[in-house]
Design a protein around this ligand. Structure first.
Ligand code: GTP
Ligand code: MG
Length: 171
């Protein structure tokens, strides 16, 4: 058959936001891990969509590992940035990390698509995707295509919409 186009994606966001859970759900069921544990350093994962073959750098969001992220920025052709919509206290930390990412020389002048997941929408006190995008000032991102989806990574809800958008940006 036709070979799918290969795309490197960086999966970024604070620890406990749900990055590994999201990537795990996107993998074929026979490749999915039974339980997800906090990522140490980073992990390389793969999943496919109808036209693309994604290689994901699933980075740890723990403070002590965040300095690893920038070493992979050059390789990344797309970014998935995950936010825990229930973690209001650390929304400002998520914004700081996002701003640092957007101002990095390897990202700043590139028209790289960014897919945001406002994850954990199932939590009773979760902020809406609109509220998350306001708190992160996403409307200020003018030089890159971006999109935000509410998701529940445990149930797998909202993920397909996001990945469909990402695929459209790359084709
Ligand atoms: P690091 O690897 O430490 O950076 O964390 P991570 O962003 O990869 O988070 P991970 O996927 O390990 O998920 C952290 C915890 O949140 C796990 O207990 C998940 O089951 C839980 N979780 C992930 N997504 C959701 C969600 O949509 N809703 C709820 N309620 N829990 C979620
Ligand atoms: Mg992880």
């Amino acid at each position: 058959g036709l070979k799918k186009k290969e795309v490197n994606v960086l999966c970024l966001g604070l620890d406990n936001s749900g990055k590994t859970t999201i990537i795990n759900q996107l993998k074929p069921s026979n490749a999915q891990a039974q339980d997800v544990v906090p990522t140490i350093g980073f992990s390389i994962e793969k999943f496919k969509t109808s036209s693309l073959s994604f290689t994901v750098f699933d980075m740890s969001g723990q403070g002590r590992y965040r300095n690893l992220w920038e070493h992979y920025y050059k390789e990344g052709q797309a970014i998935i940035f995950v936010i825990d919509s229930g973690d209001k206290l650390r929304m400002v930390v998520a914004k700081e990390e996002l701003d640092t990412l957007l101002n990095h020389p390897d990202i700043k002048h590139r028209r790289i698509p960014i897919l945001f997941f406002a994850n954990k929408m199932d939590l009773r006190d979760a902020l809406s995707a609109v509220k998350v995008s306001q708190l992160l000032c996403l409307e200020n991102i003018k030089d890159k295509p971006w999109h935000i989806c509410a998701s529940d990574a445990v149930k797998g809800e909202g993920l397909q919409e996001g990945v469909d958008w990402l695929q459209d940006q790359i084709r």
